[in-house]
Ligand binder design. Sequence first.
Ligand code: NAI
Ligand code: AKB
Length: 373
Amino acid sequence: MPVVRMLREVAGRMLQGPACGCRTPALPCRFLGTSPRQIPADANFHSTSFSEADPPRVLITGGLGQLGVGLASFLRKRFGKDNVILSDIRKPPEHVFLSGPFIYSDILDYKNLRETVVNNRVTWLFHYSALLSAVGEANVSLARAVNITGLHNVLDVAAEHGLRLFVPSTIGAFGPTSPRNPAPDLCIQRPRTIYGVSKVHAELMGEYYYYRYGLDFRCLRYPGIISADSQPGGGTTDYAVQIFHSAVKNGRFECNLEPGTRLPMMYIDDCLRATLEVMEAPAESLSMRTYNINAMSFTPAELAQEVLKHIPEFQITYNVDSVRQAIADSWPMNFDDSNARKDWGWKHDFDLPELVTTMLNFHGSESRIAQAN
Ligand SMILES: NC(=O)C1=CN([C@@H]2O[C@H](COP(=O)(O)OP(=O)(O)OC[C@H]3O[C@@H](n4cnc5c(N)ncnc54)[C@H](O)[C@@H]3O)[C@@H](O)[C@H]2O)C=CC1
Ligand SMILES: CC(=O)[C@H](N)C(=O)O
């Protein structure tokens, strides 16, 4: 029965492991026929590697959020200012607009995205556009469109043009039935937010494109990220950013999570370094395509204790937001990132004391500058 044997062989190849560089991957059905998303038959789905003399051409989607501007500035130091293009659907503030290339790019507009990639000869794409956990619950249909349909557009453009693609996932990709302390890389993932569901979908679709078409998909599950000079975009872990600004400005903070809510967290410098490290890691060192990364884990009460060491008059009060609390209660308290440490040498620099000192120094000097002016 030759047909059955042929099907078995194809299925066997897919289940065996990633497509290797020497094999021509089968075309996805949606790329055939009259679809605008055609992939040439000789397409090479393997992202190009780069040398110092020939750095990647980078596009960051959703780049005006909490993390994108910092990522652009970090990557520009490594690859050169003009090789890193920041994009978003919002208008950039002047200092961002003047700091390097910025373009309008709506990930829901496939043609616009493809044009951007082609016209700028993009080779690496960091896909940051998303609606985060709390805003996602407030606008499920928009979150579904941006986080799921938008991801499909990004995956197709990346596959079509042989890009190396980074998509961040999150602690929010786990749910109440996942092991919580710690959550390992591979376990039950049944999140109960549209954000979490869309991120599990992104992990699975990215890995599917990797195994099926050889797309160079790389994904890190970020903890809650804490940044000094950018505002969070509507997540459950936002309190851990806002507390520092309030502590310095007012000496007090009203927290929207209960004092004992333990969540994994990370300082932005560690997050951005991990992102570049996994993108630069040799493909053969990656035993997986989606990794947990971890740094620290604390509760609002523990964070407040650490702030008190610097600002003895600091006061924290609690006014719990039931939506955010329910989300936080379903997320991991701790992350097992041993695979990232083993495979590509991940190591964080910032623990809670260094985080608090750094954040308070930043906001302290900001407020001294404001007072002096
Ligand atoms: N900030 C954090 O603590 C964490 C972030 N992540 C992930 O990292 C990525 C970046 O996060 P943040 O910067 O915090 O997000 P953010 O919410 O601050 O920014 C997201 C950006 O996406 C843009 N956007 C929305 N719709 C768009 C569209 N149709 N086309 C293009 N852009 C669009 C928004 O204008 C916004 O600037 C997200 O994918 C997020 O899920 C993961 C875990 C933790
Ligand atoms: C942890 C995240 O993904 C984000 N900060 C959120 O709280 O939604």
